[in-house]
Ligand binder design. Sequence first.
Ligand SMILES: [Fe+2]
Ligand SMILES: [Fe+2]
Length: 400
Amino acid sequence: MRQCSIEQLTEEMVLGKSIYAKDGTLLLGAGYRLQAAYIRRLKLTGYPFVYIMEEGTEDVIPEDIISDQIRMQTSAEVSKTLEDVKRTTGIGRLRREDVRRILEDEQRLKQVVLTPNLKVCVGNIIEQIIASKKNILDTAFMKCQGDFAIQHAIDVALLTIVLARKYHYNKDDLMTAGLGALLHDIGKIAVAESAEGGARKRSAEEQDLLLEHPTFGYLMLSKIPGVSLVVAHIAYQHHERQDGAGYPRGLTGDNSPPIEAISRASKILRHAELVAVADAYDNLTSDTPDSRAISPEETMKRLIEDAGSKLNRDIIAMASQVIPVYPVGAVVKVVECRDRTLIGCVGVVAALQEESLNTPEVILLFDRFGRRLKPRRIALSEEKTMRIELVLSDSSLVHG
Ligand SMILES: [Fe+2]
Ligand SMILES: [Fe+2]
Protein backbone atom coordinates (compact mmCIF):
# COMPACT_ATOMS: atom_id res chain seq x y z
CA MET A 1 0.00 0.00 0.00
CA ARG A 2 1.02 3.59 -0.21
CA GLN A 3 0.09 6.97 1.20
CA CYS A 4 -2.38 9.03 -0.78
CA SER A 5 -3.30 12.58 0.13
CA ILE A 6 -6.99 13.07 0.77
CA GLU A 7 -7.16 15.54 -2.10
CA GLN A 8 -5.96 12.91 -4.56
CA LEU A 9 -8.44 10.19 -3.62
CA THR A 10 -10.59 8.92 -6.45
CA GLU A 11 -13.43 6.44 -6.68
CA GLU A 12 -12.52 2.78 -6.87
CA MET A 13 -9.33 3.19 -4.83
CA VAL A 14 -9.16 0.56 -2.09
CA LEU A 15 -8.30 1.55 1.48
CA GLY A 16 -5.17 -0.10 2.85
CA LYS A 17 -5.75 0.82 6.48
CA SER A 18 -8.90 1.44 8.47
CA ILE A 19 -9.98 5.01 9.16
CA TYR A 20 -11.37 6.04 12.51
CA ALA A 21 -13.47 9.04 13.41
CA LYS A 22 -12.19 11.30 16.13
CA ASP A 23 -14.36 9.61 18.75
CA GLY A 24 -12.60 6.35 17.95
CA THR A 25 -15.42 4.73 16.01
CA LEU A 26 -14.58 2.93 12.80
CA LEU A 27 -15.37 5.10 9.80
CA LEU A 28 -14.17 2.87 6.96
CA GLY A 29 -12.47 -0.49 7.19
CA ALA A 30 -9.34 -1.59 5.36
CA GLY A 31 -10.26 -3.16 2.01
CA TYR A 32 -13.13 -0.75 1.40
CA ARG A 33 -13.52 0.40 -2.21
CA LEU A 34 -14.02 4.16 -2.15
CA GLN A 35 -17.14 5.85 -3.44
CA ALA A 36 -17.74 9.57 -3.95
CA ALA A 37 -19.87 9.98 -0.82
CA TYR A 38 -17.18 8.44 1.38
CA ILE A 39 -14.44 10.51 -0.19
CA ARG A 40 -16.44 13.60 0.74
CA ARG A 41 -16.80 12.24 4.28
CA LEU A 42 -13.09 11.48 4.54
CA LYS A 43 -12.27 15.06 3.57
CA LEU A 44 -14.22 16.20 6.61
CA THR A 45 -12.09 14.13 8.99
CA GLY A 46 -9.12 16.36 8.33
CA TYR A 47 -6.72 13.48 7.78
CA PRO A 48 -3.94 14.75 5.51
CA PHE A 49 -3.58 11.33 3.88
CA VAL A 50 -4.74 7.75 4.04
CA TYR A 51 -3.19 4.47 2.94
CA ILE A 52 -4.49 2.86 -0.22
CA MET A 53 -3.74 -0.38 -2.00
CA GLU A 54 -1.53 0.00 -5.03
CA GLU A 55 -0.57 -2.63 -7.56
CA GLY A 56 3.03 -3.66 -7.05
CA THR A 57 3.13 -2.63 -3.39
CA GLU A 58 1.21 -5.55 -1.88
CA ASP A 59 4.05 -6.33 0.51
CA VAL A 60 4.47 -2.72 1.68
CA ILE A 61 2.81 -2.69 5.07
CA PRO A 62 3.35 0.37 7.25
CA GLU A 63 2.89 -0.82 10.79
CA ASP A 64 2.13 1.51 13.66
CA ILE A 65 4.29 0.77 16.66
CA ILE A 66 1.13 0.23 18.74
CA SER A 67 -2.14 -1.41 17.74
CA ASP A 68 -5.19 0.63 16.72
CA GLN A 69 -6.93 -0.81 19.76
CA ILE A 70 -4.34 0.50 22.26
CA ARG A 71 -4.31 3.85 20.48
CA MET A 72 -8.10 4.13 20.77
CA GLN A 73 -8.16 3.03 24.42
CA THR A 74 -5.44 5.50 25.31
CA SER A 75 -7.21 8.25 23.44
CA ALA A 76 -10.44 7.56 25.37
CA GLU A 77 -8.62 7.56 28.72
CA VAL A 78 -6.73 10.79 28.03
CA SER A 79 -9.97 12.40 26.98
CA LYS A 80 -11.69 11.18 30.16
CA THR A 81 -8.86 12.55 32.30
CA LEU A 82 -9.04 15.97 30.65
CA GLU A 83 -12.82 16.07 31.08
CA ASP A 84 -12.51 15.05 34.73
CA VAL A 85 -9.99 17.78 35.50
CA LYS A 86 -12.14 20.33 33.67
CA ARG A 87 -15.29 19.31 35.49
CA THR A 88 -13.73 19.18 38.95
CA THR A 89 -11.89 22.46 38.67
CA GLY A 90 -14.33 24.37 36.50
CA ILE A 91 -11.29 25.57 34.62
CA GLY A 92 -11.22 26.92 31.09
CA ARG A 93 -11.74 30.32 29.46
CA LEU A 94 -10.70 32.12 32.64
CA ARG A 95 -8.40 34.99 33.44
CA ARG A 96 -4.92 34.10 34.62
CA GLU A 97 -5.64 35.08 38.26
CA ASP A 98 -8.73 32.88 38.36
CA VAL A 99 -6.85 29.93 36.89
CA ARG A 100 -4.11 30.29 39.45
CA ARG A 101 -6.60 30.54 42.32
CA ILE A 102 -8.27 27.32 41.21
CA LEU A 103 -5.00 25.52 40.75
CA GLU A 104 -3.79 26.54 44.16
CA ASP A 105 -6.95 25.12 45.68
CA GLU A 106 -5.46 21.90 46.93
CA GLN A 107 -8.73 20.42 48.16
CA ARG A 108 -10.44 20.84 44.84
CA LEU A 109 -7.61 19.23 42.88
CA LYS A 110 -7.42 16.37 45.31
CA GLN A 111 -10.89 15.37 44.13
CA VAL A 112 -9.53 14.69 40.66
CA VAL A 113 -9.05 10.99 40.34
CA LEU A 114 -6.57 10.18 37.66
CA THR A 115 -8.17 7.18 36.07
CA PRO A 116 -6.02 4.14 36.92
CA ASN A 117 -6.65 3.04 33.35
CA LEU A 118 -4.36 5.80 32.14
CA LYS A 119 -1.39 4.09 33.78
CA VAL A 120 -2.59 0.77 32.38
CA CYS A 121 -2.60 2.35 28.92
CA VAL A 122 0.98 3.60 29.31
CA GLY A 123 1.95 0.14 30.53
CA ASN A 124 0.31 -1.44 27.46
CA ILE A 125 2.08 0.98 25.13
CA ILE A 126 5.43 0.14 26.73
CA GLU A 127 4.78 -3.60 26.47
CA GLN A 128 3.82 -3.31 22.81
CA ILE A 129 6.88 -1.22 21.98
CA ILE A 130 9.12 -3.71 23.76
CA ALA A 131 7.38 -6.66 22.08
CA SER A 132 7.60 -5.07 18.62
CA LYS A 133 11.39 -5.28 19.00
CA LYS A 134 11.80 -2.42 16.61
CA ASN A 135 13.32 0.79 17.75
CA ILE A 136 11.97 3.02 15.04
CA LEU A 137 8.77 4.90 14.39
CA ASP A 138 8.38 3.94 10.78
CA THR A 139 4.91 5.17 10.04
CA ALA A 140 4.02 8.76 9.58
CA PHE A 141 1.53 9.76 12.20
CA MET A 142 -1.93 10.24 10.85
CA LYS A 143 -3.71 13.04 12.57
CA CYS A 144 -7.19 14.28 12.01
CA GLN A 145 -8.17 17.77 12.94
CA GLY A 146 -10.26 18.50 16.00
CA ASP A 147 -8.62 16.33 18.57
CA PHE A 148 -5.05 17.44 18.10
CA ALA A 149 -4.47 17.63 21.86
CA ILE A 150 -5.14 13.94 22.39
CA GLN A 151 -3.29 12.63 19.35
CA HIS A 152 -0.40 14.93 20.19
CA ALA A 153 -0.29 13.53 23.75
CA ILE A 154 -0.15 9.95 22.45
CA ASP A 155 2.40 10.60 19.71
CA VAL A 156 4.67 12.52 22.07
CA ALA A 157 4.40 9.61 24.53
CA LEU A 158 5.30 7.08 21.81
CA LEU A 159 8.37 8.97 20.67
CA THR A 160 9.42 9.64 24.27
CA ILE A 161 9.20 5.94 25.12
CA VAL A 162 11.05 4.86 21.97
CA LEU A 163 13.82 7.37 22.77
CA ALA A 164 13.90 6.38 26.44
CA ARG A 165 14.35 2.75 25.41
CA LYS A 166 17.36 3.69 23.34
CA TYR A 167 18.82 5.12 26.55
CA HIS A 168 18.02 1.85 28.37
CA TYR A 169 15.50 3.30 30.78
CA ASN A 170 14.20 0.70 33.23
CA LYS A 171 10.47 -0.08 33.32
CA ASP A 172 9.68 2.35 36.16
CA ASP A 173 11.42 5.19 34.37
CA LEU A 174 9.68 4.30 31.11
CA MET A 175 6.35 4.52 32.95
CA THR A 176 7.21 7.88 34.48
CA ALA A 177 8.50 9.35 31.22
CA GLY A 178 5.54 7.91 29.27
CA LEU A 179 2.93 9.22 31.71
CA GLY A 180 4.66 12.60 31.89
CA ALA A 181 4.69 12.75 28.08
CA LEU A 182 1.03 11.83 27.89
CA LEU A 183 0.12 14.59 30.36
CA HIS A 184 2.77 17.16 29.42
CA ASP A 185 0.28 19.67 28.01
CA ILE A 186 -2.51 19.10 30.53
CA GLY A 187 -2.10 22.73 31.64
CA LYS A 188 -3.46 23.81 28.26
CA ILE A 189 -6.97 23.00 29.39
CA ALA A 190 -6.78 26.24 31.30
CA VAL A 191 -6.48 28.03 27.97
CA ALA A 192 -9.58 28.76 25.95
CA GLU A 193 -10.39 25.71 23.90
CA SER A 194 -11.38 27.73 20.89
CA ALA A 195 -7.82 28.96 20.64
CA GLU A 196 -6.52 25.41 20.47
CA GLY A 197 -8.72 24.11 17.73
CA GLY A 198 -6.74 25.66 14.92
CA ALA A 199 -9.72 27.63 13.69
CA ARG A 200 -8.22 31.04 14.35
CA LYS A 201 -5.16 32.75 15.71
CA ARG A 202 -4.98 33.25 19.45
CA SER A 203 -5.48 36.71 20.93
CA ALA A 204 -2.52 38.35 22.71
CA GLU A 205 -4.11 37.56 26.06
CA GLU A 206 -4.61 33.91 25.14
CA GLN A 207 -1.05 33.74 23.86
CA ASP A 208 0.12 35.07 27.19
CA LEU A 209 -1.96 32.55 29.08
CA LEU A 210 -0.63 29.76 26.90
CA LEU A 211 2.89 30.46 28.12
CA GLU A 212 1.67 29.54 31.57
CA HIS A 213 0.56 26.04 30.58
CA PRO A 214 3.67 24.28 31.94
CA THR A 215 3.12 25.98 35.31
CA PHE A 216 -0.61 25.21 35.25
CA GLY A 217 0.20 21.60 34.39
CA TYR A 218 2.62 21.36 37.29
CA LEU A 219 0.15 22.90 39.74
CA MET A 220 -2.51 20.41 38.67
CA LEU A 221 -0.41 17.29 38.53
CA SER A 222 1.48 17.93 41.73
CA LYS A 223 -1.80 17.90 43.64
CA ILE A 224 -3.60 15.05 41.93
CA PRO A 225 -3.30 11.93 44.10
CA GLY A 226 -1.41 9.07 42.52
CA VAL A 227 0.71 11.24 40.22
CA SER A 228 4.41 11.27 41.01
CA LEU A 229 6.15 14.60 41.42
CA VAL A 230 8.47 13.69 38.55
CA VAL A 231 5.47 13.49 36.22
CA ALA A 232 4.41 16.96 37.40
CA HIS A 233 7.92 18.22 36.74
CA ILE A 234 7.92 16.83 33.21
CA ALA A 235 4.90 19.02 32.47
CA TYR A 236 6.62 21.94 34.25
CA GLN A 237 9.89 21.66 32.33
CA HIS A 238 9.02 20.53 28.81
CA HIS A 239 9.49 24.04 27.35
CA GLU A 240 12.79 24.69 29.11
CA ARG A 241 15.74 24.92 26.74
CA GLN A 242 19.42 23.97 26.96
CA ASP A 243 20.61 27.59 26.74
CA GLY A 244 18.19 28.84 29.39
CA ALA A 245 15.99 30.67 26.87
CA GLY A 246 12.97 28.45 27.54
CA TYR A 247 10.09 28.99 29.93
CA PRO A 248 8.71 29.24 32.59
CA ARG A 249 11.85 29.24 34.76
CA GLY A 250 14.74 29.54 32.31
CA LEU A 251 16.39 26.33 33.52
CA THR A 252 19.44 25.17 31.58
CA GLY A 253 20.78 21.87 30.32
CA ASP A 254 24.24 20.68 29.39
CA ASN A 255 23.42 18.48 26.39
CA SER A 256 24.52 15.36 28.19
CA PRO A 257 22.84 12.00 27.53
CA PRO A 258 19.66 11.63 29.61
CA ILE A 259 20.93 8.75 31.69
CA GLU A 260 20.58 8.32 35.41
CA ALA A 261 24.30 8.20 36.15
CA ILE A 262 24.75 11.84 35.15
CA SER A 263 23.91 14.33 37.86
CA ARG A 264 21.65 17.15 36.76
CA ALA A 265 21.42 19.21 39.93
CA SER A 266 19.56 22.44 39.07
CA LYS A 267 19.40 21.39 35.42
CA ILE A 268 16.42 20.31 33.30
CA LEU A 269 15.13 16.91 34.35
CA ARG A 270 16.28 14.19 31.93
CA HIS A 271 12.72 12.92 31.31
CA ALA A 272 11.64 16.46 30.43
CA GLU A 273 14.50 16.76 27.93
CA LEU A 274 13.22 13.67 26.13
CA VAL A 275 9.67 15.00 26.11
CA ALA A 276 10.92 18.37 24.82
CA VAL A 277 12.41 16.67 21.75
CA ALA A 278 9.36 14.46 21.14
CA ASP A 279 7.12 17.51 21.57
CA ALA A 280 9.14 19.64 19.14
CA TYR A 281 9.11 16.84 16.55
CA ASP A 282 5.38 16.30 16.84
CA ASN A 283 4.57 20.01 16.70
CA LEU A 284 6.62 20.49 13.53
CA THR A 285 5.02 17.53 11.78
CA SER A 286 1.44 18.53 12.70
CA ASP A 287 -0.88 21.32 11.67
CA THR A 288 -1.17 23.57 14.72
CA PRO A 289 -2.82 26.97 15.25
CA ASP A 290 0.61 28.53 14.65
CA SER A 291 2.02 26.55 11.77
CA ARG A 292 1.42 24.08 8.98
CA ALA A 293 2.94 20.62 9.18
CA ILE A 294 6.30 20.16 7.49
CA SER A 295 7.80 16.94 6.15
CA PRO A 296 9.82 14.57 8.36
CA GLU A 297 12.86 15.53 6.24
CA GLU A 298 12.42 19.26 6.90
CA THR A 299 11.61 18.55 10.55
CA MET A 300 14.85 16.69 11.16
CA LYS A 301 16.79 19.56 9.57
CA ARG A 302 15.07 22.04 11.88
CA LEU A 303 15.69 19.89 14.95
CA ILE A 304 19.37 19.53 14.05
CA GLU A 305 19.58 23.34 13.81
CA ASP A 306 18.12 23.58 17.31
CA ALA A 307 20.36 20.86 18.73
CA GLY A 308 22.66 22.16 21.43
CA SER A 309 21.09 25.57 21.91
CA LYS A 310 17.44 24.67 22.40
CA LEU A 311 17.18 20.89 22.47
CA ASN A 312 19.52 18.34 23.99
CA ARG A 313 22.10 17.55 21.29
CA ASP A 314 22.56 13.96 22.34
CA ILE A 315 18.81 13.27 22.21
CA ILE A 316 18.47 14.86 18.76
CA ALA A 317 21.25 12.58 17.49
CA MET A 318 19.34 9.65 18.96
CA ALA A 319 16.07 10.87 17.42
CA SER A 320 17.63 10.81 13.97
CA GLN A 321 18.27 7.10 14.52
CA VAL A 322 14.65 6.31 15.34
CA ILE A 323 12.68 8.61 13.03
CA PRO A 324 12.98 7.76 9.37
CA VAL A 325 12.92 10.67 6.97
CA TYR A 326 11.19 8.38 4.45
CA PRO A 327 8.49 6.40 6.27
CA VAL A 328 7.28 3.07 4.87
CA GLY A 329 4.44 3.70 2.42
CA ALA A 330 5.52 7.27 1.61
CA VAL A 331 5.54 8.32 -2.03
CA VAL A 332 8.98 9.36 -3.26
CA LYS A 333 10.56 10.62 -6.46
CA VAL A 334 14.06 9.92 -7.77
CA VAL A 335 15.91 13.21 -8.06
CA GLU A 336 19.43 11.96 -8.78
CA CYS A 337 20.84 8.74 -10.18
CA ARG A 338 23.70 7.47 -12.26
CA ASP A 339 21.07 5.78 -14.45
CA ARG A 340 19.50 8.96 -15.80
CA THR A 341 16.42 7.12 -17.09
CA LEU A 342 15.35 6.68 -13.48
CA ILE A 343 15.39 10.38 -12.64
CA GLY A 344 11.82 11.59 -12.18
CA CYS A 345 10.46 8.10 -11.56
CA VAL A 346 7.97 7.88 -8.72
CA GLY A 347 7.59 5.03 -6.26
CA VAL A 348 6.93 4.02 -2.71
CA VAL A 349 9.18 3.40 0.30
CA ALA A 350 9.00 -0.36 0.80
CA ALA A 351 11.27 -1.18 3.74
CA LEU A 352 13.74 0.34 6.16
CA GLN A 353 16.89 -0.93 7.79
CA GLU A 354 17.36 0.22 11.37
CA GLU A 355 21.10 0.69 10.80
CA SER A 356 20.69 2.94 7.77
CA LEU A 357 17.38 4.75 8.04
CA ASN A 358 18.11 7.23 5.27
CA THR A 359 18.72 4.61 2.61
CA PRO A 360 15.45 2.66 2.38
CA GLU A 361 14.31 0.17 -0.20
CA VAL A 362 11.95 1.69 -2.73
CA ILE A 363 9.65 0.25 -5.38
CA LEU A 364 9.50 2.39 -8.51
CA LEU A 365 6.02 2.33 -10.03
CA PHE A 366 5.77 5.19 -12.53
CA ASP A 367 8.17 6.77 -14.99
CA ARG A 368 8.75 10.50 -15.20
CA PHE A 369 5.70 10.89 -17.45
CA GLY A 370 3.40 9.09 -15.03
CA ARG A 371 3.27 5.89 -17.06
CA ARG A 372 3.10 2.70 -15.07
CA LEU A 373 6.36 0.73 -14.94
CA LYS A 374 6.89 -2.90 -14.16
CA PRO A 375 7.46 -2.47 -10.38
CA ARG A 376 11.17 -2.27 -9.73
CA ARG A 377 12.63 -2.69 -6.25
CA ILE A 378 15.84 -0.82 -5.50
CA ALA A 379 17.80 -0.69 -2.23
CA LEU A 380 19.35 2.74 -1.85
CA SER A 381 22.07 1.21 0.30
CA GLU A 382 23.24 -0.59 -2.86
CA GLU A 383 22.36 2.00 -5.51
CA LYS A 384 24.46 4.67 -3.83
CA THR A 385 24.09 7.28 -6.59
CA MET A 386 20.31 7.40 -6.17
CA ARG A 387 18.79 10.26 -4.22
CA ILE A 388 15.08 10.49 -3.50
CA GLU A 389 12.71 13.14 -2.26
CA LEU A 390 9.34 12.84 -0.54
CA VAL A 391 6.41 13.71 -2.77
CA LEU A 392 4.12 15.48 -0.37
CA SER A 393 1.21 16.02 -2.67
CA ASP A 394 1.09 12.99 -4.90
CA SER A 395 -0.28 14.78 -7.93
CA SER A 396 2.68 13.42 -9.86
CA LEU A 397 1.25 9.93 -9.45
CA VAL A 398 -0.73 9.94 -12.63
CA HIS A 399 -2.24 6.60 -13.30
CA GLY A 400 -1.43 5.78 -16.89
FE1 LIG B 1 3.59 22.45 25.78
FE1 LIG C 1 3.06 19.63 23.53
